[in-house]
Write a new protein. Structure first.
Ligand code: WQD
Length: 345
């Protein structure tokens, strides 16, 4: 199958939460996208949602990135890519603690396969989904890209650190490779169309899906994990970034590499709004903008949580040319609109 080499992006994990939103923004920016996803933690309805938003069909290949032969045969052998965006990974922090080998095997093997095939098929650029979790609890805030990483406190976080290192060393060894690691802070929200969004399986581990499911009456009440932290209202501080803004950061990263603007062949950018928001503030804002109550109670701290983290976004703003644009209230409106869409409310 032929494709326009300079415009085609492989989105591995493109049926997932961030991958689906990124596919929409890539297509809006004029790229062609091929989605590869094994649907292990995603639903084909996300691809349909993407197609509805962009008004055209998007090539989708159901393949496991851990299966290098299938990935070679079905994906790299059939299309020519300008860049890969690698989202295909497990992401449940708690599960990674009880099943570390599952996380190391999947998250590292899929990356190794993608890098191997990029080399084999002369695909020069990769954007990698990294995470603010690589910083642990920084001593100085906001966290800049130069803030020292600390040993992650979950196998999930370790796979992000290891993947960054694997990419850095591979780029150093392969002269035509360029890579950008985006360290996401806390991605939340949904596409304003309410046609795609986050679809966690089972009981949500993350805050916003738990809020929206509680507002929808699926969960009785939200547990707020601790109000005795050394923060203004005692609850944890995070940097909540709208998923559409985050998606646009990937488009900027691809553009930077494709247009040969990278200052170094391996670059890292924090992607957040650069402002701390407490758990209690977020719940209150959600209730205000949506006019719906979120019953909640304070419970004990959750093991493994950092007290506070938010991003320095200067590098992303000035070097990548990306800015977060969406207001937090609009992000929480979109999260609620998506939940209502999913539940038929
Ligand atoms: C946010 C805040 C909780 C649920 C994790 C990963 C990170 C990234 C995103 C993923 C914290 C509090 C939560 C609840 C609560 N990875 N909370 N009640 O832990 O900052 O980041 O998810 O794909 O790498 O570490 O996000 O949404 O779980 O929690 O009070 O029911 O909300 O204590 O302060 P976190 P989160």
């Amino acid at each position: 199958m032929s494709s326009n080499k300079n415009k085609t992006v492989l989105v591995a994990g493109g049926a997932g939460y961030i991958g689906s939103h990124t596919t929409v923004e890539l297509i809006n920016a004029g790229y062609d996208v091929v989605i590869a996803d094994n649907l292990s933690n995603a639903d084909i309805s996300a691809v349909k949602g993407v197609e509805q938003i962009v008004g055209r069909s998007v090539p989708f290949i159901q393949v496991d990135c851990c299966d290098i032969d299938a990935l070679r045969r079905e994906v790299f052998g059939k299309y020519s890519f300008a860049s890969v965006i690698h989202f295909a990974a497990y992401k449940a922090v708690g599960e990674s603690v009880s099943e570390p080998l599952k996380y190391f095997r999947n998250n590292l093997q899929s990356l190794l396969n993608v890098l191997t095939l990029m080399k084999e098929f002369d695909v020069p650029n990769i954007v990698f989904s990294s995470s603010a979790t690589v910083y642990g609890q920084p001593e100085v805030l906001p966290a800049t890209e130069a803030t020292p990483r600390q040993r992650a406190n979950s196998p999930y976080g370790l796979t992000k650190q290891m993947s960054e290192d694997i990419i850095q060393d591979t780029v150093a060894a392969v002269p035509f490779f360029k890579a950008i690691a985006l360290r996401y802070f806390n991605p939340i929200g949904a596409h304003p169309s309410a046609l795609i969004g986050e679809l966690p399986k089972g009981v949500p581990a993350n805050l916003v899906p738990f809020i929206t499911q509680t507002a929808a009456g699926i969960r009785k009440e939200l547990s707020i994990f601790g109000d005795d932290y050394g923060t203004p209202d005692g609850s944890c501080l995070r940097d909540y970034i709208d998923v559409v803004d985050l998606a646009r950061a990937h488009v900027a990263a691809v553009g930077r590499m494709v247009e040969n603007q990278s200052a170094e062949r391996y670059e890292i950018f924090n992607i957040g709004i650069g402002r701390p928001v407490s758990v209690l503030e977020l719940v209150k804002l959600f209730e205000e903008v949506n006019g719906v109550p979120v019953p909640h109670k304070i419970v004990a701290r959750r093991p493994g949580d950092v007290e506070k983290i938010w991003a320095a976004t200067d590098k992303a703003n000035e070097v990548l040319g990306w800015h977060a644009e969406r207001e937090l209230g609009d992000t929480l409106r979109a999260a609620w609109a998506w939940e209502k869409h999913v539940r038929g409310l």
